[in-house]
Design a protein around this ligand. Structure first.
Ligand SMILES: Cc1cc2nc3c(=O)[nH]c(=O)nc-3n(C[C@H](O)[C@H](O)[C@H](O)COP(=O)(O)OP(=O)(O)OC[C@H]3O[C@@H](n4cnc5c(N)ncnc54)[C@H](O)[C@@H]3O)c2cc1C
Length: 470
């Protein structure tokens, strides 16, 4: 249903040109990074009624006030680079594009923190930090388009997480406009944890302080493994030597990487390890440990020539995939110690036609980004079928001790699998307190009831449908 006339004119009166509802704009905001099959769109209403571009906290407070009075849903959005449906509407309403939220950037060299607007893009923030000799500790590989606010709300990890942890570990404090309009600052770890992975269901982040570190140069080494079993052993050994980042690919992905960027990496499981190195002695000490770890796991060390400048391509995965006519994406987190069985299952099912790229996010787990490239435009029915199968295999990770990367809309209902039951209860209690009308990003995190069949949850519907797919 379109926005009621009274609500629309209230928004326009207070927000003027920042309020947009022309059809071209609405289409632009109807998807995120994952273009889902059109058949699945009967489950949700992804074309919003309007888009608002607030400039500051006062605008956001006003938006929540009018939204509460008129029962309008608010869906925050920043870079739109996540692929879990968190930034698209479940039942229409207003998308609040946070990219214009203003805030001064402040670097505190003594405390080693940076305070910035949630809408700052990682590469922009990192550039400014580097000018002062500092660096972010960890950041996503969507570095050139993702924002710090979106990353926290999505519950991200990334490059550097194996040493410095995920989004939660980076935060010093958060300023948030809660759905009831209150402006609050949180700095206690248990409060911050509520906002990480909450997809804007608990309010809109308006200012963020993050930990930073000295900008220490990174050096890379490479190695290969012949099988998922060896890869698992290799990751387990490498995680013990405290790397800054461990990034790896399967052979299908290596082929595409070679074709796109002109490398000649071997058709095996390739791992690129990165370490902060300040002194020569540190480098040789690390190389010795690396060498021992690879030998123990049965891998082979790659000659340095194979990986020259490879770090420059660290953030180009999607430009590589754009070469395909179409592709489907999903992502999950797996424990290192059981993951080879999962990878073998994936290989059998997809006959090596699936690509994956992983990143170690702690000394026990890694994130696995799955891509299913499609060489031609296929029918909507076939695309839906393939998407459901990919969904099924993402969820299958749970049997191996894993879980979906994030909830958003498509994996709503899996919050307790990701963060545990206790955290889920805390989340629900807090949500009740601050958003009794459930206007802030409904349909996310907690699985919504289907618009068409209110007795069935979206989680159950997608699960049942995906089970029907062989
Ligand atoms: C090539 C590529 C690589 C990627 N690599 C990584 C990676 O390494 N690690 C990783 O974690 N993710 C990765 N992602 C996923 C995604 O890019 C990141 O999670 C990213 O940080 C999301 O930020 P965004 O600004 O695009 O957020 P959006 O996609 O706009 O939003 C994400 C969620 O946050 C909510 N939100 C947005 N802004 C706010 C706000 N100000 N307040 C409250 N809620 C808000 C939205 O409602 C939505 O639910 C990758 C994606 C791509 C395309």
């Amino acid at each position: 249903m379109a926005l009621k006339k009274k609500a629309r004119s209230r928004f326009i009166r207070y927000l003027g040109k920042q309020f947009r509802d022309d059809s071209t704009i609405l289409q632009l905001y109807s998807r995120d990074m994952a273009e889902l099959p059109s058949l699945t769109k009967i489950l949700y209403k992804n074309i919003p009624d309007a888009v608002i571009l607030p400039r500051n906290t006062e605008d956001i407070q006003k938006i929540y006030q009018i939204a509460n009075e008129n029962n309008v849903s608010i869906t925050p959005r920043s870079g739109g680079t996540a692929g879990f449906g968190g930034a698209i509407t479940y039942k229409k309403g207003i998308v609040v594009d946070c990219k214009g939220i203003e805030s001064e950037l402040y670097i505190d060299p003594l405390e080693q923190t940076v305070t910035a607007s949630p809408s700052i893009i990682f590469s922009d923030l990192q550039r400014q930090l580097k000018q002062q000799g500092f660096s972010l500790c960890a950041f996503p590989s969507s570095y050139y388009s993702a924002t710090i606010g979106g990353w926290i709300a999505h519950g991200g990890f990334g490059v550097g997480s194996s040493q410095y942890g995920g989004a939660l570990d980076q935060i010093v404090n958060l300023e948030v406009v809660l759905p009831n309009g209150e402006l609050k600052i949180y700095d206690k770890s248990e409060d911050l944890a509520l906002f990480v992975g909450s997809h804007g269901t608990l309010g809109i982040l308006t200012k963020i302080s993050l930990k930073i570190k000295f900008d220490i140069p990174l050096k890379q080494w490479g190695c290969t493994f012949d099988s998922p079993r060896e890869l698992e052993d290799g990751l387990a050994e490498l995680s013990k030597i405290n790397p800054y980042s461990i990034w790896f690919f399967n052979p299908s992905h290596i082929s595409k990487f070679n074709d796109t960027f002109g490398y000649s990496l071997p058709y095996r499981y390739v791992v690129i390890i990165s370490k902060e190195i300040s002194f020569e002695e540190e480098e040789s000490e690390f190389y010795t440990m690396f060498n021992q770890a690879i030998r123990k796991a049965g891998g082979q060390i790659l000659d340095k020539r194979y990986i020259t400048n490879i770090w420059d391509h660290r953030f180009k995965t999607f430009s590589m995939l754009k070469e395909y006519d179409d592709f489907l994406v999903s992502e999950l987190i797996l424990p290192i110690k059981t993951s080879n069985k999962y990878l073998q299952k994936l290989n059998v099912k997809y006959k090596n036609g699936i690509h994956f790229e992983g990143e170690l996010i702690s000394d026990t787990h890694y994130s696995l980004l799955l891509f299913l490239p499609l060489d031609e435009k296929i029918s909507s029915i076939k695309r839906t079928f393939l998407y459901l199968r990919l969904f099924k295999y993402t969820i299958k990770g749970i049997k191996f001790g894993g879980y979906p990367y994030s909830t958003g809309m498509f994996f709503a209902g899996y919050y307790s699998k990701i963060y545990g039951k206790e955290q889920y209860h805390k989340y629900k209690e807090f949500k009740k307190q601050v958003d009794s009308k459930n206007i802030s990003n409904p349909g996310k995190v907690i699985s919504p009831r289907l618009n068409l069949f209110p007795l069935i949850s979206m989680k159950a519907a997608i699960k049942i449908l995906s089970r029907l797919i062989p």
